[in-house]
Design a protein around this ligand. Structure first.
Ligand SMILES: [Zn+2]
Length: 267
């Protein structure tokens, strides 16, 4: 599942490749991911507009045109690639957008992602877009605001971190990474955290996400689409060695989400 750091770098790569190009054709290969508009309108409305910029907004990716925005919520398996050669859509290709000699492909193996085409900056029709918190990588998000926002969210701290209404951009994988670095057990309740732990959590969030962003910053779109997260310390590493203490990483599965943590490092 792409989280904020990936989506920011994907936005940068798309900006390098596609800014200024004119949309010639929008093709929906699977209508399941198109939301908010009939497919015929979705395929027609953006024709002739130029790509202006691309940016992450929490766990959404925005493709901004002159008068409209495509908004992608990739969920678990949504991926974006750009091809310069002709290719036939495969089973997992959902949408293609041809702009001059480049084609942007949105693929989604689980078909759970959602793609919208909305009038410029009008996001009220995008499910889950409004009423979110500030971005986890917003440099103006300070410890005080973090602490104040945290007070309004109860339950297990990992679930709070993943709650986009608290702060936007963190998903299942990076929540595990942040909590390892903060030394906080993911199943602790928010209310049980001491002041110094809240501070640790804030600094860990900043540090881990910036570090991941720096690692990803040189990767190509293809590399980002493969989602090779070879830098993870604890997530997806159940049974392996914790890089911080040399102990074993634990794993707990709830619903379809996996939580990995170190019983030794995280109290
Ligand atoms: Zn450890």
């Amino acid at each position: 599942m792409p989280e904020l750091p990936e989506l920011q770098i994907i936005g940068e790569r798309l900006t390098e490749l596609l800014t200024g190009l004119t949309i010639e054709k929008v093709s929906v290969h699977n209508h399941l991911v198109v939301h908010g508009l009939p497919v015929s309108d979705f395929e027609r409305i953006a024709i002739g507009e130029k790509f202006q910029y691309f940016e992450a907004d929490g766990k959404f990716l925005i493709l901004s045109l002159e008068h409209h925005d495509f908004v992608i919520n990739p969920m678990l398996t949504g991926r974006v690639k750009v091809e310069t050669r002709y290719k036939k859509p495969t089973r997992i290709d959902m949408i293609s957008i041809k702009a001059n000699d480049h084609t942007l492909w949105y693929s989604d193996a689980k078909k759970m992602g959602r793609v919208y085409l909305v009038p410029g900056k009008v996001y009220s029709g995008v499910a889950g877009f409004e009423n979110r918190g500030p971005s986890a990588l917003d440099p103006t998000l300070n410890l005080n605001e973090f602490r104040e926002r945290l007070k309004h969210h109860n339950g297990q701290i990992k679930n709070v971190l993943r709650n986009q209404r608290f702060i936007k951009g963190i998903g299942n994988a990076y929540a595990d990474e942040i909590l390892l670095y903060a030394g906080i057990n993911p199943f602790r309740t928010r209310a049980s955290l001491e002041e110094n732990e809240v501070e640790q959590l804030y600094h860990s969030m900043k540090k881990i996400l910036s570090r991941i962003r720096a690692i990803l910053s040189s990767r190509s779109l293809d590399e980002l689409a493969s989602e090779k997260r070879d830098f993870l310390m604890v997530h997806n590493r159940g049974g392996y060695i914790c890089p911080l203490c040399g102990g074993r990483v634990s794993e707990v599965k709830a619903n379809r989400f996996k939580t990995n943590y170190c019983q030794n490092c995280q109290k």
